[in-house]
Design a protein around this ligand. Structure first.
Ligand SMILES: [Zn+2]
Length: 265
């Protein structure tokens, strides 16, 4: 299996340099992720298809930089199918006929088959796609080399789900992750274990801060992220909230009015 990386030409504050999509040429020409419909992206997909017709697009999740290009792709490539795990409140934004798939579904793609792996946390509908023979994972927004992944509670992000998803992918012992942002991850075990360690450390910091007294997420941000840029405050606040909600579910913290309190064991 030789997937072809195709850039989506959508740089921006939340996407960095922009997204990578992955084309699997062959019997069932398949694109992993739809990008945002930039004409240059569609041109590049068309060129890489070399006359073949695109059969389907597997969408890792309904965030705009992965799913919104479906409309333009449907217009450019006649008869293409769109497959993703349903997220009812979001999928209707892009009026194509979404074909529902879920965890453990097997999908013919290129000249091979991929297995969908449900990996919620960053988004509730997040799927990775696993190629067993080459131990390759199309990993969407599960991991980004050199940085961490945003878990937004206000968009149904869930930190406990995310940690379980990291463990689920790690247990498969992938040889490489092909992400939607940043370079190919050729040391998945190193990155995933760093991610898990990083979140454990964040949690310890938040528990230590709450130990000193009740606090709001806003008050916790400067204690945990020193010298943070102003434009990243909202993301940091949501990240702290994701930790607090995990601790609440585990019975280790609770919210009273706007403040969070530690629950001593
Ligand atoms: Zn995303």
């Amino acid at each position: 299996m030789t997937p072809v990386p195709i850039h989506a030409f959508n740089p921006g504050p939340m996407t960095g340099d922009g997204n990578w999509t992955w084309l699997l040429p062959g019997r069932v020409p398949t694109l992993v992720d739809a990008g945002t419909g930039e004409p240059r992206h569609l041109d590049a997909v068309e060129a890489a298809l070399a006359g073949a017709s695109l059969a389907q697009v597997l969408v890792t999740h309904a965030h705009v930089d992965h799913a919104s290009g479906a409309v333009a792709i449907a217009q450019r490539f006649q008869g293409v199918r769109f497959l993703k795990m349903p997220w009812a409140e979001r999928d209707g934004r892009w009026p194509v006929s979404w074909q529902p798939i879920g965890g453990d579904d097997i999908v013919d793609a290129g000249d091979t088959r991929l297995r969908a792996v449900h990996t919620p946390g960053h988004a509730p509908d997040h799927l990775c796609f696993w190629h067993e023979e080459s131990r390759t994972m199309f990993s969407g927004d599960l991991a980004v080399k050199g940085t961490t992944v945003y878990i937004p509670p206000n968009l149904r992000g869930d930190l406990a789900d995310y940690l379980a998803s990291l463990e689920r992918v790690r247990a498969l012992k992938p040889a490489r992750l092909l992400p939607a942002h940043g370079p190919v991850i050729d040391d998945p075990e190193g990155l995933l274990s760093n991610y898990l360690q990083h979140r454990r450390e964040r949690e310890e910091q938040i528990l230590a801060a709450l130990h000193a007294g009740p606090a709001t997420p806003e008050a916790l941000v400067p204690l945990i992220y020193r010298g943070l840029r102003e434009d990243l405050m909202q993301v940091a606040r949501e990240t702290v909230l994701a930790h607090l909600l995990k601790l609440e579910r585990e019975g280790r913290a609770r919210r009273r009015d706007e403040s969070w309190h530690i629950i001593e064991p």
